[in-house]
Design a protein around this ligand. Sequence first.
Ligand SMILES: *Cc1c(COP(=O)(O)O)cnc(C)c1O
Length: 377
Amino acid sequence: MATQRILDFLATRRPSGPCLVVDLDVVRDNFRAFEKALPDSKIYYAVKANPAPEILRLLAAMGSSFDTASVAEVEMAMDAGAPADRISFGNTIKKERDIARAYQLGIRLFAVDCVEEVEKIARVAPGARVFCRVLTDGEGAEWPLSRKFGCVPAMAVDVLRHAKGLGLDAYGVSFHVGSQQTDLTAWDRALADAKKVFATLAEEGIVLKMVNMGGGFPTRYLRDVPAAQAYGQAIFSALRKHFGNALPETIIEPGRGMVGNAGVIKSEVVLISKKADNDNVRWVFLDIGKFGGLAETMDEAIRYPLVTRHDGSETAPCVLAGPTCDSADGMYEKTPYPLPLSLTIGDEVLIEGTGAYTTTYSAVAFNGFEPLRSYVI
Ligand SMILES: *Cc1c(COP(=O)(O)O)cnc(C)c1O
């Protein structure tokens, strides 16, 4: 949220135009809270949430590991000081030459969710550790991750058996319960599936060692969310329930939960208008929208807290939209957002909880994938 450091920065630097300000002290506290909540799990920060070098350097120095999705992200983590053995190539969709490059850089931990990907890895990353991602239902998540990643547990068994057959180290199972997951039982359901894969392969003499429990840890937006400690307890009891005393190595990959609440976007009201004299909903246009970093307002999934200098005064419902000439650049329309009646053109609006998944969707190549290059000939 808007910490005193962030408010002081904005007051003294007065940056013009929309910008994100991230308070590293909050990131530091978040990292410590995760360490405390899940002391036996290794933390792999999901770089895509916010790859700012300052954040990566802080986390590398604190001993964090990193979940990356492209060679560019691997290199960012290394530049920040993370050794290769603290970096996982966690994307299940990789070009074979990128796997080869990562292997050359020393990366030995790769995600897969099908035999086709296992074969690529076996060809160019001999002996590497692989973990297979299983599907989850995503229920309870405000930003579910759909069926794009993972396979059913029965197929994960085949995938890992195949990996072993090709000389890879069949290392474990991963899942992601969906981003902004506020249902603490989501990990219990996913761990039950992970355990099935462990048990089936154990019967064949293939002993898996690791469960990668993914991200999903929330940021507080408009509603309260359980604290890291509550997640830790729920996850630990689910681990005990399914694995008993034979607890596997575990990894968590927080993205949003590590940086979301550390950032605030400063924006400005460009226009306030109505579509008809008798409209009771005003349209408020900011100088930032879906294409400037607020992509997670898609389908109004993430509702950010907005702070203005008029807070506390009478409010009325507003449609909130961005400044571009694309009609998709609306943010909150189906469910209008209550904003002070005294809000006026030129007012500053602080958008809180924006430390994750904002710069990556605009200024920075998302997930390390270059922005579209163009050749005009
Ligand atoms: C995006 C991503 C994460 C981070 O998810 P959050 O919900 O932001 O914590 C973790 N792991 C993988 C594989 C991801 O793709």
